[in-house]
Design a protein around this ligand. Structure first.
Ligand SMILES: *[C@@H]1O[C@H](CO)[C@@H](O)[C@H](O)[C@H]1NC(C)=O
Ligand SMILES: *[C@@H]1O[C@H](CO)[C@@H](O)[C@H](O)[C@H]1NC(C)=O
Length: 463
């Protein structure tokens, strides 16, 4: 299965995982951290706490959107997790962004967290407007650090802003990989004579991306494999490449068998099924639904007591409904329902065809004590499903997927339960929101003044 063990373990300070699903456009999040408060929260810092000008650490973070409403596995939800966690630690966070529902909303000022909405007519970020607000806040006390979620702060602007760190949630090298897999899946034998336009356009985009990445100084990525690509393919100096893993709110997802049983009953899962599988997220092609659809329709003929719960909305909803009584489509779920949903499963399936970034849902399911069945991408097997004990991996084609499903069915609910507990312990040691927030804290502090770097930095793991 091509699994490997991760060498990096959280030591004195935990490594953190920032997970924000990044689609394509811009996110503006400004993060300002007060160094004074920041220092007081660092347990290992010796000596007197700074006061005065030198102590003011401000980080500006640019991010695409801010979550409004339900959005399973969303990058927005992740952004809010991180910045709320930092604000709760006493840092002043200013976020420049737009609401995820693209409707007008008031700015948010909750304690140390300030969210400014700067939308244009279409509901995406108006960069000029965001910068007007940014400059106004900046004039009250300059930012020490600017953090952008992907290209939310475009590179031509990033060049003009001092001290920029960027978090990449997916890079073109990975997207190219993704397009390659989709091509192979839709046309395995090369019968289709249509031009492979997307594949032809991918390489020039990669070249362009490699060229503009140097406009950003510090690069944070969310998997060990992306860090290696930045180093080896994008030629970013090692000292400027950092891995901070995604974090999921550990209080939101936890094992709760009773909630799971109630959820099954409420949604009419028959009591005599042998195995309940679940999938969550947007029901679109590149999330691998054609793959799951084909694999499940083939395997359910041989194992009629299999059941599939589908959480999320999107065009593939209707196709799943065609599969008959062994499938239940639930629509989009609120975060609380999502937690019950994970608990209702024996195994969580993530058939994604996008090797870029990391799906939040994988980590949420594992926190809920569920094993996962997922493709063997470098970002996944190098960072999340690093051991066979955590579930099943497959190559993104129907045959390999069906084989992995059969392994899970053969293992049965008891083995799956044991694997699920192993998952829970692993993700709690690696992927919590708390760990992510403190890794970001440490990162910004260290970038501001090397005096505060404690080596090895938690962000340096895996490289
Ligand atoms: C963006 O903001 C600027 C400055 O406030 C404004 O002049 C411009 O019309 C806005 N653009 C759009 C497309 O909303
Ligand atoms: C489960 O029970 C229902 C009705 O009680 C029955 O129709 C169905 O065939 C059973 N399924 C299996 C897999 O035994």
């Amino acid at each position: 299965m091509g699994l490997k063990h991760q060498t990096c373990k959280s030591s004195s300070s935990p490594s953190n995982f920032l997970r924000i699903r990044f689609s394509t456009i811009l996110t503006l999040v400004l993060l300002f951290t007060s160094l004074f408060l920041f220092l007081s929260s660092l347990k290992n810092t010796q000596g007197p706490i700074f006061r005065g000008d030198e102590s003011a650490l401000f980080n500006a973070v640019f991010s695409k959107t801010w979550p409004v409403g339900a959005d399973p596995g969303g990058m927005e939800r992740h952004a809010s997790t991180l910045y709320q966690a930092l604000a709760a630690k006493g840092h002043e966070i200013h976020v420049f962004t737009v609401p995820s529902d693209r409707r007008p909303h008031w700015d948010i000022h909750e304690g140390n967290l300030h969210v400014y909405f700067a939308a244009n007519d279409h509901g995406s970020v108006n960069c000029s407007l965001a910068f007007e607000i940014f400059n106004k806040v900046n004039s009250d006390g300059a930012f020490d650090y600017v953090h952008t979620e992907s290209v939310s702060l475009p590179y031509w602007r990033a060049k003009m802003v001092p001290n920029v760190a960027v978090t990449w949630h997916g890079i073109w090298y990975e997207i190219m990989h993704s397009k390659l897999l989709q091509q192979l899946l839709t046309d395995p034998n090369g019968h289709n004579r249509e031009p492979m336009t997307e594949l032809h356009e991918a390489m020039p985009k990669l070249v362009e991306e490699i060229r503009f990445f140097k406009s950003y100084k510090q690069h944070i990525c969310i998997s060990n494999s992306a860090g290696e690509v930045l180093l080896n393919i994008y030629q970013i100096p090692q000292r400027n490449v950092h891995v901070i893993l995604n974090g999921v709110d550990e209080t939101e997802y936890a094992p709760d068998p009773e909630a799971g049983a109630r959820f099954r009953e409420k949604h009419g899962v028959p009591a005599n099924v042998s195995l309940v599988m679940g999938v969550a997220g947007r029901l679109v092609r590149d999330k691998g639904h054609p793959l799951l659809y084909k694999a499940f329709s083939s395997i359910v003929k041989r194992y009629p007591s299999l059941f599939l719960l589908v959480a999320g909305s999107g065009p593939w909803r209707r196709r799943y409904a065609e599969l008959g009584p062994n499938v239940k489509v639930l629509g989009a779920l609120e975060p609380l329902e999502l937690s019950e949903f994970y608990n209702a499963l024996d195994v969580f399936v993530n058939p994604t065809l996008r090797p870029q970034g990391l799906d939040l849902t994988l980590i949420e399911a594992m926190q809920s004590g569920k094993p996962v069945l997922t493709p063997n991408y470098p970002s996944i097997v190098g960072t999340v499903v690093v051991d066979e004990e955590f579930g099943y991996t497959f190559s993104p084609n129907v045959k390999s997927f069906v084989e992995a499903l059969e392994s899970a069915i053969r293992d049965g609910p008891n083995v799956l339960k044991r694997k699920g507990m192993a998952c829970k312990n692993y993700v709690l040691s690696m992927f919590t929101a708390t760990k992510m927030a403190s890794a970001y804290e440490r990162f910004f502090l260290c970038m501001k003044n090397p005096k505060y770097c404690q080596y090895p930095l938690p962000t340096d793991c895996g490289l």
